[in-house]
Design a protein around this ligand. Structure first.
Ligand code: GUN
Length: 295
């Protein structure tokens, strides 16, 4: 069966164009230029690439961006001090602290120090709680991107059995909450699986949609899915590939070769979910700027 290859790059370009238009309108209407501030601690090459992509995309849609780089040794208190200065800076409507943070820093304490009205990552417990309570304000970028992918490729999750593999606060848990909400883009029946799940294969075979966010390369194999599944791959894993110039390649949590033979639709890695996350972050930043007018 031919499968639909989901082009996340193309979808994200569409959304970024929509955002650019809305940024222009907001500037005209209220003279507010949406501002995004990004805090990057340390010099992890992967985080550096992500942060620079976010910066480039934000500038392209007409936002202002402030990137604050801090040394890896920075103390938790110093990072929180920077976050608090951004909480008080009216030029920046969104604050993102790039994760992961160094091991000596309590990630939760840093996230909780962000003003929930500027938490464009949607990771503050206040915003996670609003989503769980069915009143979402900032939807974390990856779950939001997945919902857009499903809606914009005619794979509406309504009434479908969605199996989520992974229970992280960034992806697994919020995407489970999001897709089971009442209304457009929701109404799915969601099963959330993790490392302790028994009979994972049986559960995956009963899925209409599989969302893999477990961080294990090629974890979901063709024999674990049913014909016609929609496969959404959140994984970005570096695996050694001596034959490549860089010495590594990126693979997802879904084994593309075997799963694509049974899937109705599938996201590639790279070029699937990844590009969508930046678009959703900027959508949240636009929203943060818009609500700042009413504070
Ligand atoms: N690192 C990987 N994904 C994310 C994300 O969605 N937000 C932040 N802040 N850091 C990340």
């Amino acid at each position: 069966m031919p499968y639909q290859l989901i082009d996340g790059k193309n979808l994200s370009t569409q959304i970024l164009n929509e955002i650019a238009e809305n940024v222009g309108e907001l500037k005209k209407r209220s003279e507010i230029t949406p501002g995004l501030s990004v805090v990057l601690v340390g010099d992890d090459p992967a985080s550096d690439i992500y942060v620079r992509s976010k910066e480039r995309a934000a500038l392209k849609v007409g936002m202002v961006v402030k990137l604050i780089r801090m040394p890896w040794q920075s103390s938790e208190d110093k990072i929180i001090e920077i976050v608090q200065s951004l909480n008080n800076d009216i030029n920046y409507h969104g604050i993102l602290v790039q994760l992961p943070l160094p091991d000596h820093v309590d990630q939760n304490r840093v996230i909780t120090s962000i003003n929930p009205l500027k938490d464009v990552d949607g990771l503050h417990p206040f915003n996670a709680g609003l989503l769980a309570a069915g009143e979402p304000r900032f939807i974390p970028a990856t779950p939001g991107g997945i919902r857009e992918i499903l809606l914009r490729t005619n794979n509406d999750p309504s009434g479908k059995h969605v199996v989520v593999i992974g229970r992280s606060n960034i992806v697994g848990r919020p995407v489970s909450n999001l897709l089971s909400l009442k209304g457009k883009g929701g109404d799915a029946t969601v099963t959330i699986c993790h490392s302790r799940t028994k009979d994972l294969t049986d559960i995956c075979r009963a899925a209409d949609v599989i969302i893999a966010a477990i961080g294990i390369p090629n974890f979901v194999k063709g024999d674990m899915v049913s014909e016609g599944v929609v496969a959404i791959d959140v994984g970005i894993n570096r695996v050694n590939a001596p034959e490549k110039k860089r010495g590594y390649m990126l693979v997802g949590d879904i084994e593309f070769e075997s799963v694509s033979r049974k899937a109705a639709a599938i996201t590639p890695v790279p070029g699937g979910v990844g590009p969508m996350t930046i678009a959703m972050l900027l959508s949240n930043t636009l929203y943060a700027a818009d609500i700042s007018r009413h504070e």
